[in-house]
Design a protein around this ligand. Structure first.
Ligand code: BGP
Length: 476
């Protein structure tokens, strides 16, 4: 048997993409609540358009999402029916601390998550909690400019200490920041950064990254002090860069691009900045506010495991002519179309072997247990007249990726803790804000315009995944 008997099969979501209830029970406004649907979405997410409150000219998909806030019992029962061993979710920072750093937490927010975790426990589902999934309280952006400011470390730590206190008895697995490298690609979404005219963007980004890394290390230390059994990890938006050709220039370009992403995990897993990063910052004129104490904290706060998302590999070239051939769906990560791969309707290229490459690269680099916490296929689904939903494309994608994962375990000896597919229930897309881009085993009746009954339905993939879990990955 390839998969260990305690392998954690399950699914993943994020608060802002599924909960809704954005102002319910005293919840405060967060960065993700003000990222609109439509043409301004990317400009806001990148921090080039300032939007710190909602206006009537835009719609905001996070406000209702799939209303898991009111449907969580039904949804967790469906996860249990599939046999989930683990459910990855994130906590909405402002449901706990409406202003980001309130001294007294919002009891209703705590009660909501306690009830949700208890519901998981009822079915022996292990909750895996992302502390910050693209989620910076608006009050802290207004006061501090988000992660531009060192004071964010204290606010985050306070938030962590509230969570550890409130949920210690119910949660063992934690992740400090979702896709921490996203900060370089979507700075507002990743770190609440809005750029002023003439601001040195790289300086701001690397400074914010430093504060997040210190905050992450402090959270790891705190978790271990407070909760001896806790396992706390980092999280990377992974996917290897392939050189478009075997020209040394292309190989070097791919190597450098990979490093830019691994940089964060290098710090979180090894406890220090890699030597090239200091040089790179020096050469780019970046002056980091970094104290001796920070360096010590980074050393002491290394993670227990490395979690990551994997949707596709990426491809790059040193040739400007090739670079023009931009892969549409990989737009967040600058990449060119790989001629050997097919793509989803959103242009995300499909590369199961790339998952094995990624697993091996990460293990070679860090020698820590790995956890795949996002993987999946965003597609348009059609509900047949009889209510059934046939999604063979999703099954095909997942079968190939789970097979690659199995090979990495069986043939390469990779220690893998678990697999949580992304958007196990349909939810709002992070990059486009659409409902139409569906990842779920469970269909949710809601469209891009916000219409629909929110009724949940099982897709074909629901029954397929249930059998995968029941056979511990033997039958794919
Ligand atoms: C990751 C995010 C998720 C999720 C996923 C799929 O970057 O961590 O929040 O949404 O990508 O992306 P999308 O929703 O854009 O299809």
């Amino acid at each position: 048997m390839a998969f260990p008997s305690n392998f954690l099969w399950g699914g993943a979501t994020a608060a802002n993409q599924c909960e809704g209830g954005y102002d319910a029970d005293g919840r405060g406004l967060s960065s993700v609540d003000v990222i609109p649907f439509g043409p301004d979405r990317m400009r806001v997410a990148r921090g080039t358009m300032r939007m710190l409150e909602c206006d009537d000219a835009h719609t905001y998909p996070a406000h209702e999402a799939i209303d898991m806030f009111h449907h969580y019992k039904e949804d967790i029962a469906l996860f249990a029916e599939m046999g989930f061993k683990v459910y990855r979710l994130s906590i909405a920072w402002t449901r706990i601390l409406p202003n980001g750093d309130d001294e007294v937490p919002n009891e209703q927010g705590i009660a909501f998550y306690r009830s949700l975790f208890e519901e998981c426990r009822k079915y022996n589902i292990e909750p895996l909690v992302t502390i910050d999934h693209f989620d910076t309280p608006i009050a802290l952006i207004q006061r501090y400019g988000g992660w531009k400011d060192r004071r964010m470390i204290g606010a985050y730590l306070h938030y962590c200490s509230v969570l550890f206190e409130a949920f210690d008895d119910l949660v063992t697995y934690w992740i400090t920041f979702n896709e921490i490298n996203m900060l370089l690609h979507l700075p507002f979404m990743g770190a609440g950064l809005v750029f002023e005219e003439g601001e040195n963007q790289a300086q701001v980004e690397y400074q914010a990254a430093h504060y997040e890394l210190v905050a992450s290390a402090k959270a790891v230390k705190l978790a271990h002090e407070r909760m001896p059994k806790a396992k706390i990890g980092c999280m990377l938006a992974a996917g290897q860069y392939y050189p478009y050709s075997c020209s040394p220039e292309d190989v070097w370009k791919g190597f450098e691009k990979d490093r830019d992403n691994y940089f964060f995990i290098d710090v979180q897993a090894r406890g220090a900045y890699p030597v090239w990063a200091w040089k790179r910052m020096e050469n780019a004129g970046i002056h980091l506010d970094c104290t001796e104490e920070d360096l010590q904290v980074l050393k002491e706060g290394t993670v227990n495991y490395i979690s990551f998302s994997y949707y596709c590999s990426r491809c790059t070239s040193a040739d400007p002519e090739i670079i023009k051939n931009h892969a549409r769906g990989n737009a967040v990560f600058e990449a060119v179309v790989n001629p050997y791969l097919k793509a989803s309707d959103w242009g995300w290229q499909i590369d199961p072997l790339g998952l094995r490459v990624t697993l091996n690269t990460l293990y070679d680099r860090y020698e820590k247990p790995l956890f795949i916490v996002e993987n999946g296929f965003g597609a348009v689904d059609v509900v047949e007249e009889d209510g059934s939903i046939h999604d063979p494309y999703r099954i095909e994608y997942m079968r190939a990726h789970i097979k690659a994962m199995k090979e990495a375990i069986e043939q390469d000896g990779i220690p893998l803790l678990g697999y949580t597919s992304w958007g196990c229930i349909d939810l709002v897309s992070a990059s486009t804000g659409e409902m139409k881009k569906r990842y779920g085993f469970i269909y949710v009746d809601k469209d891009n315009e916000g219409n629909g009954t929110l009724e949940r339905k099982r897709k074909d993939s629901f029954f397929w995944y249930k059998n995968v879990i029941a056979t511990n990955g033997e039958e794919l």
